[in-house]
Design a protein. Structure first.
Length: 237
């Protein structure tokens, strides 16, 4: 297994600082994983057959209305393209801050086609000027960073370098129990609280996400969906 990057002392110190509620909220960056987090591919040889996690469409609409959104997946670029094109309509795709795939991890050629553990070091995003230029307040000095970035993923180890920026949810495998769950409704409720804080890494450190019913977002049950992906998500209901 490839060695995991470790948090820096500066990162850990910043996550120890107090957080305060702000209104209006900052524009946060949400870094989304795909397979195993939002969708499930039952057969990798059929990349267009995707099962959506319940409440996926209202969840994506909520994200694009309230956050800057980028994709960061360990899948190969061609597979990421297929998934994104199936899940998001053209308008939402155009609003993506970035779309990163397996070629963004800096893997050596011998590891690229192997099932090796990869790590999502958020400093790569924070040091990417093209991404920073898409911050809505870039001209006024606004930047994405530790205080305003959330990684949504199903694997804690991937976030080893910035553990307090991770919202971890159980891997989605489209089990009967998962197809009747509302975890994305809870994640949305949690993110609604997180986006009102001036130091999200400190908020997450003190309030690690647990799907225990505390964070329910007010979506009616009939919006759950949770079937094979058909119609793309879009901003308009």
């Amino acid at each position: 297994m490839l060695p995991a990057p470790m948090p820096t002392e500066e990162y850990l110190a910043a996550a120890q600082q107090p957080y305060h509620t702000i209104d209006p909220p900052n524009r946060f960056l949400i870094v989304l994983d795909l397979n195993g987090t939002l969708i499930y591919r039952p057969n990798r040889k059929q990349p267009t057959k995707l099962i959506a996690r319940p409440f996926l469409k209202p969840f994506l609409r909520f994200l694009f209305e309230n956050f800057s959104v980028m994709i960061w997946s360990s899948a190969k670029p061609e597979n990421v393209r297929v998934i994104v094109d199936r899940v998001l309509d053209e308008e939402l795709r155009s609003k993506l801050t970035a779309r990163w795939a397996r070629d963004s991890f800096g893997l050596r050629s011998e590891h690229y086609n192997q099932n090796v553990q990869v790590y999502k070091d958020l400093s790569k995003i924070w040091n990417d000027e093209e991404i920073q230029q898409q911050h809505p307040s870039y001209q006024q000095g606004g930047r994405f960073g530790q205080h305003t970035t959330i990684l949504l993923d199903d694997t804690r180890l991937k976030a080893n370098a910035q553990p307090h920026n991770l919202v971890e949810i159980p891997e989605f495998e489209a089990t009967d129990e998962q197809m009747h769950s509302d975890i994305l409704r809870e994640v949305a409720g949690y993110l609604q609280q997180a986006r009102m804080q001036d130091n999200v890494s400190s908020f997450i450190r003190e309030n690690d996400f647990v799907a225990d019913g505390r964070w329910q977002y007010d979506w009616p049950d009939e919006m759950a969906g949770g079937v094979e992906v058909g119609e793309q998500a879009h901003l308009r209901e």
